[in-house]
Design a protein around this ligand. Structure first.
Ligand SMILES: Cc1cc2nc3c(=O)[nH]c(=O)nc-3n(C[C@H](O)[C@H](O)[C@H](O)COP(=O)(O)OP(=O)(O)OC[C@H]3O[C@@H](n4cnc5c(N)ncnc54)[C@H](O)[C@@H]3O)c2cc1C
Length: 160
C-alpha cells in the first residue's frame, strides 16, 4: 500500500473567491469544510482537499472561472462524477475544483445530426443513452461501470 499526500497547497485569495461568487452565485461556489470534503476524493479513495468548489452552469461561466484562475495562478482541477480510478479529479495542489455536475442540459432534440457542445459535457452516460434511444440512435462506446460518469471524461479517453 502506498501513500500519496497533497503537497504545496495553493490557497485561493479572497479577491478570487469574491470574483468567482460574483460569476457563479454563492450557491455554486462552495468553500465550507463540508463541501470541500465532499469533493476531495474520487474512486481511488485518496483524499485531497480543494480550497473551493466551483460549479458552473454554462460554457461562458467555465471560461470566466478558468480565466480568473489562470491570471491569479490558482490551479484548476476539472471534475465529472469523481468515479475515475486514476486520481485525475483530485486537486493535487488545492486551488479550485470545477465540477461539471450542472452542465447536463440535454442536446437539442429532433435531429439525428448531433454535435456535442460545451454545455452538454456534464451529461451523465445514463441520460445520454436515454436521449440516444429517444432519437433512435445508439453508441458503440463501452459503457463505464458507473452510470453517473460524465461524457466529457469519455470524450477525453476517446481522443487518446
Ligand atoms: C466501480 C467502477 C467501475 C469502473 N469501470 C470502468 C470500466 O469498465 N471502464 C472504464 O473505462 N472506466 C471504468 N471506471 C472508471 C470511471 O467510471 C471512468 O473513468 C469514468 O468515465 C469517469 O468519469 P467521471 O465523470 O467520474 O470522471 P472523473 O473521475 O470526475 O474525472 C476523470 C478525469 O477527467 C477529467 N475531467 C472530468 N470532467 C472534465 C471536463 N469537463 N473537462 C476536462 N476534464 C475533465 C478529470 O480532471 C480527471 O482527470 C470505473 C469506476 C468505478 C468506480
Amino acid at each position: 500500500m502506498f501513500e500519496i499526500k497533497q503537497r504545496e497547497i495553493i490557497k485561493v485569495p479572497d479577491r478570487v473567491k469574491r470574483a468567482l461568487k460574483e460569476i457563479l452565485g454563492e450557491q455554486n461556489c462552495l468553500d465550507d469544510s463540508m463541501n470541500r470534503l465532499l469533493y476531495s476524493y474520487d474512486a481511488t479513495r485518496i483524499k485531497m482537499l480543494p480550497e473551493l468548489v466551483a460549479i458552473p452552469e454554462n460554457q461562458e461561466q467555465v471560461q470566466k472561472v478558468v480565466q480568473i484562475c489562470y491570471e491569479e495562478d490558482v490551479p484548476v482541477t476539472p471534475r465529472g462524477a469523481g468515479s475515475g480510478y486514476t486520481g485525475g479529479a483530485l486537486p493535487v495542489k488545492g486551488g479550485v475544483v470545477v465540477s461539471f455536475e450542472k452542465m447536463d442540459r440535454t442536446l437539442r432534440d429532433g435531429t439525428k445530426t448531433m454535435q456535442l457542445q460545451g454545455f452538454s459535457r456534464g451529461l451523465s452516460h445514463t441520460d445520454f443513452r436515454k436521449l440516444l434511444k429517444r432519437l433512435d440512435c445508439f453508441i458503440l462506446q463501452t459503457q463505464p461501470a458507473t452510470n453517473t460518469a460524465q461524457l466529457e471524461e469519455m470524450l477525453l479517453r476517446t481522443q487518446e
